[in-house]
Design a protein around this ligand. Structure first.
Ligand code: PHE
Length: 339
């Protein structure tokens, strides 16, 4: 009997020491300590012993039981520690690894110009207005004082979708829409947006481009107000030392009309001028069609080419760069600020 005890003690110690997983430990616990386990079975042999040997044997079995319990507990702890160390090791953060690279987008140069001009004019009390790109002939031409067979329609070669609808050739139709929406009240708006003409694309022409329209209507609006707005815009865009020059021009929707040049310093130190926009006093016919009496109300309007401004500001030599999504070009405009 004593031998059986000794054997079980040795055997169980060895088995428990070799347990590799928590499941192994549990299997061994069941093998030795469950109701039908080997330790319980030893206990059942108690009754075969002479009465005087029973207490000593019972105690010995109990001691063995406690030894096995302790061995199981120790092995379980050891395995759990090992697992924890392994996990910590695996989850260790290597601070010397290179970080993830975050690619940052930037505002497109054309939108930078638009936001810049919007900032200026919103600060001067203008509202930002919008209109559709697929426009009615009525707003694009007729309300801008170009009736069906007006020769100046040829100045703006047009994409028509049917007899009445077209891709707007300028942002001026927003003038008409804004006037009608104000029903005769004074207004100050700017309107940035896409415009389209049937041009062949080359370094200075694009069939799709952008404009910013400006329109002010009120009592006592003079040509001086227009000049002030244009000079303020030119200096805001190009710097405080710039001047503007107005040259007589023709647009059907303004009278008188001007083309506006901005000054720049040439390489030899002399002053040159370069054209940036068209403008003028709102034509009485346009006021009348928009619901204003020209005897009481006057106005001025201007239309700026956004690409032209961006090309001058950022020294870009080909308008097509704006639309070909070449990242080498676009990446130069990160930071979104002024040039
Ligand atoms: N709409 C004109 C164009 O696209 C520009 C312009 C706008 C001129 C407003 C005068 C007044 O050529």
């Amino acid at each position: 009997m004593k031998d059986a005890l000794k054997t079980l003690e040795k055997e169980s110690q060895a088995a428990i020491d070799q347990a590799k997983t928590l499941e192994d430990v549990e299997t061994l616990r069941l093998r030795y300590l469950s109701k039908k386990g080997q330790v319980s079975q030893l206990m059942t042999q108690l009754r075969d012993l002479p009465a005087e040997d029973r207490p000593a044997f019972g105690q010995a079995v109990n001691t063995l039981k406690m030894a096995i319990e302790k061995a199981l507990y120790d092995q379980k702890q050891a395995l759990e520690n090992e697992a924890l160390l392994a996990r910590l090791d695996q989850e260790k953060i290597d601070v010397t690894l290179p970080g993830y690279r975050f690619y940052q987008g930037a505002i497109h140069p054309l939108n930078q110009v638009i936001e810049d001009v919007e900032d200026l004019f919103v600060g001067l009390g203008y509202e930002v207005a919008e209109g559709p790109e697929l426009e009615n002939d009525h707003y694009n031409f007729e309300m801008m004082n170009l009736d069906k067979d007006h020769p100046a329609r040829a100045m703006q070669d047009t994409f028509y979708t049917d007899e009445t609808m077209l891709l707007r050739t300028h942002t001026s139709p927003v003038q008409a829409r804004a006037m009608l929406a104000k029903s005769g009240q004074p207004l100050k708006i700017i309107c940035p947006g896409k415009t389209y003409r049937r041009d062949d694309d080359d370094p200075t022409h694009s069939h799709q481009f952008m404009q910013i329209e400006g329109l002010v209507i009120d009592r006592h609006v003079t040509f001086g107000h227009l000049k002030d707005a244009l000079l303020t815009m030119a200096r805001h865009l190009f710097g405080p030392d710039r001047d503007i020059r107005l040259r007589p021009s023709y647009f059907p929707f303004t009278e008188p009309s001007v083309e506006v040049d901005v000054s720049y310093v040439k390489k030899d130190g002399s002053t040159g001028y370069i054209e940036i926009l068209g403008a003028g006093r709102v034509h009485p016919n346009v006021l009348r069609m928009g619901g204003y009496d020209p005897a009481t109300f006057q106005g001025f309007a201007f239309g700026v080419g956004v690409e032209r401004i961006a090309m001058l500001k950022y020294h870009i030599d080909d308008i097509r760069h704006f639309y070909t999504h070449d990242l080498r070009f676009l990446n130069q405009f990160k930071g979104g600020g002024q040039s």
